[in-house]
Ligand binder design. Sequence first.
Ligand code: SF4
Length: 185
Amino acid sequence: MIARKEVELYSRYPLSSIVIYNGITVLHYLLGGVGIILGYNFSWSAYLLGSAYLIFAFIQMYLIMPLTVCPNCVYYRLQNSLCISGLNVISKKIARAGEIKDFPKRGEGLFCHNNLYMAAKIIPIIVMIPALILNFSILLLTFFLSVVGLMLFRVFVVFPKIACIHCRAMNVCPNAKAMGINKGS
Ligand code: SF4
């Protein structure tokens, strides 16, 4: 469990945190999508797979999340708030308010948003492994290691030190619970 007694909870995350969070997210998807296309030699099926991945990744993050998860989040209702992704602002414009008690539903069921979110991070890593065996190149290896690095940076630095540790939703968030940072508040 991470001790967070003196850690401030943010109603508005600093711009630097929001830029880091969205920056590594967008970079992960772009490097993943281009890595898939590169890994399968720019064939039509590579373009199809890479494009399908990119569409899925961006839609689950920047459309499905504000439509289905954010309306139940405390940041949706908090006046003048700005969450780690800034998606609470978009959610308010495109979705009706939900219920905070439903927020944990983000982690329930096979096709819950948590699983879509994780799939968008893991898919390019898995898809690039056979490509590395079949069509190895230093460039492809660089894409692969960059995506793995972004994943590790997200899990070990961004979640526990920049995002979740300052989040006002941590007490009802299944992700914070899984990381052990929802206690002691
Ligand atoms: S903190 Fe809340 S409003 Fe922001 S992205 Fe996460 S669920 Fe949506």
